[in-house]
Design a protein around this ligand. Structure first.
Ligand SMILES: *[C@@H]1O[C@H](CO)[C@@H](O)[C@H](O)[C@H]1NC(C)=O
Ligand SMILES: *[C@@H]1O[C@H](CO)[C@@H](O)[C@H](O)[C@H]1NC(C)=O
Ligand SMILES: *[C@@H]1O[C@H](CO)[C@@H](O)[C@H](O)[C@H]1NC(C)=O
Ligand SMILES: *[C@@H]1O[C@H](CO)[C@@H](O)[C@H](O)[C@H]1NC(C)=O
Ligand SMILES: *[C@@H]1O[C@H](CO)[C@@H](O)[C@H](O)[C@H]1NC(C)=O
Length: 506
């Protein structure tokens, strides 16, 4: 598995932040949505409803998709300054909106702060975001309104951390130019067809039939691969049904996936295609799903020898018909599905490590002097969707024990052979034998929400180790280990973070 490494020259974009610095603002009384926190991190954005403008004013409502708050605004041309932007007044001081109307388009800029109490009711988490978008207008004289059913303004977070969350990629080709237009009269190209009829020899070789081909949808360029093995009873032309692979999202953040079903009739060489796909190339505010079908006889060319008939066809275009077009929720194609907390959210709201397999090797307590030993353990960031879902082996082999031990000494972490972990990126450890406490001062990086701008977290986790079982080694040292399979959680106190602007090497 290729691990992502952060290059070491990190250009720090912003000053360090921490939860303590992000004081909850006064607006916590506002009602949150149930998933305010995760929505704030993953889709900080606003819907603009009913945008209308005249020569002298504009009006619309702004709905924060994370907090759920909705605010009506009226904008007027700026009277004082020479700028051309109109300022929009609202009763909500946490919301600043300005617009600029030109050439049947309205540029909108939004800044807002809000807070979410869904994770820890006593300690609302403060968010701040801003975003810009352009609204296409349809006008009659001076009176204009948005030509979209609803408009979307995607935002970037500036607090509690700097983040420009990435959206889902959506089913293949959904925004390909012409996707919607071609979909009204669907066309497929069937390629690389191989149909094999092996009659067998009644002894070693068995009778078998197989069909394989690819189906390219000309609207979105999606290619589905179809394959099946089947029997053909005498005097029958059975329907060989194939659910073809392709068009499936493996990141599992997409709401929609392309479905392709084909049926092949081996005696008549009839092929039917039935597919569902998605387009929003004309306007992301008007996505649609399409279901279409086609039926044709494949002009196969066959050659036979030794009880094996192989039939082929390079490429073949098939005209189909559109059975159904369904309008989808505006902007829903690239809207990521809600996922469990990943690295970033866990690191802000509940930073902790899962520790296991502790092994301390030290000079026996009975020995008079002191000596060096080792501290080793496994650690893993505690999160529900861990990209690196295996613990990292951490150790230091030069820990001083006994009378010369310094209870305040930190030892740098080494990681298991070949491990170049993202979480933690680096750490130092301190073990106090007298109290059996382990402290880990770690730095770790998260790239799950914004791959272009990794966030580096840091903080110290201190934990009392569970009871250790000790044995004497051949070298006369004492080796103490935690029970196999036992793990425990060490919370990180005073987590700090900063967003860095650096390429991530994979
Ligand atoms: C939040 O919850 C609502 C309703 O349960 C859901 O429709 C929405 O997709 C969720 N959003 C996120 C980002 O989790
Ligand atoms: C906005 O402009 C329209 C057309 O000029 C006018 O009818 C309306 O009263 C104005 N609204 C406000 C709130 O100024
Ligand atoms: C397969 O080949 C055998 C031998 O040529 C033929 O009898 C049989 O009908 C073929 N089956 C199909 C489905 O074409
Ligand atoms: C296509 O598949 C869908 C879903 O399986 C089904 O409802 C529909 O009837 C099929 N259409 C054709 C023409 O086979
Ligand atoms: C991690 O490495 C950086 C740079 O090498 C260093 O400044 C920092 O103190 C280290 N952090 C820990 C927890 O060891």
């Amino acid at each position: 598995m290729a691990l992502a490494l952060l290059v070491t020259t990190l250009a720090v974009l912003s000053a360090s932040h921490s939860l303590a610095a992000a004081a909850p603002n006064a607006l916590s009384a506002r009602q949150d949505t149930a998933n305010c926190t995760s929505a704030s991190f993953t889709i900080p954005s606003w819907y603009i409803n009913e945008f209308k403008s005249s020569e002298t004013n504009a009006s619309f409502t702004v709905q924060n998709r994370a907090s759920g708050s909705s605010t009506s605004l009226i904008c007027n041309p700026a009277t004082s300054s020479a700028g051309t932007a109109w300022l929009c007044g609202s009763t909500d001081p946490s919301l600043q909106v300005s617009i600029q109307i030109k050439d049947a388009k309205a540029g909108v800029e939004i800044h807002q702060s809000w807070s979410c109490s869904d994770r820890s009711p006593g300690h609302p988490l403060a968010f701040q975001a801003s975003g810009k978008s352009t609204i296409p207008l349809s006008c009659t004289g001076e009176a204009c309104k948005s030509s979209n059913p609803i408009d979307l303004v995607k935002g970037s977070l500036s607090a509690p951390l700097e983040l420009n969350p990435s959206y889902a990629s959506g089913p293949l080709g959904h925004d390909k130019t012409g996707c919607g237009a071609i979909s009204t009269k669907p066309k497929w190209t069937v390629g690389t067809v191989i149909y094999v009829n092996e009659t067998g020899d009644g002894q070693n070789a068995v009778a078998t039939h197989s069909i394989q081909f690819q189906v390219l949808n000309q609207a979105n360029g999606n290619v589905a691969g179809c394959l099946n093995y089947f029997d053909v009873p005498e005097n029958e032309d059975p329907a060989v049904v194939m659910n073809c692979a392709g068009g499936t999202d493996f990141t599992r953040r997409d709401r929609y996936s392309i479905r392709t079903q084909t049926v092949f009739y081996p005696r008549s060489w009839t092929l039917t295609i039935n597919e569902t796909w998605f387009c929003d190339d004309v306007d992301a505010a008007r996505p649609a799903s399409y279901t279409g079908a086609a039926k044709t006889k494949l002009p196969l060319k066959c050659t036979s020898s030794n009880g094996r008939t192989a039939c082929q066809l390079d490429t073949f275009d098939i005209d189909g018909s559109l059975d159904e077009k369904t309008d989808l929720v505006p902007y829903s194609i690239e809207d990521p599905l809600p996922t469990p907390d990943g690295c970033t959210i866990s690191s802000v709201v509940n930073p902790s490590w899962t520790l296991s397999n502790v092994e301390i090797t030290k000079p026996p307590a009975s020995s008079a002097g002191s000596g060096s030993g080792s501290v080793a353990f496994n650690m893993k960031l505690n999160t529900q969707a861990n990209l690196f879902d295996f613990p990292v082996f951490v150790n230091n082999r030069d820990v001083v024990f006994g009378s010369a031990a310094d209870a305040d000494a930190w030892y740098p972490c080494s990681f298991g052979t070949g491990e170049q972990p993202l979480a933690p990126r680096n750490c130092s450890l301190r073990y106090v034998a007298r109290t059996n406490t382990l402290a880990v001062d770690a730095e770790w990086a998260c790239t799950d929400l914004d791959g272009d701008n990794p966030i580096v977290f840091s903080g110290v986790a201190t934990t009392t180790l569970p009871e250790l079982q000790c044995v004497r080694t051949a070298a006369g040292l004492e080796r103490c280990s935690s029970k196999e399979g036992v793990s425990w959680t060490a919370e990180v106190a005073d987590v700090k973070w900063r967003t860095v602007h650096t390429p991530v090497l994979v």
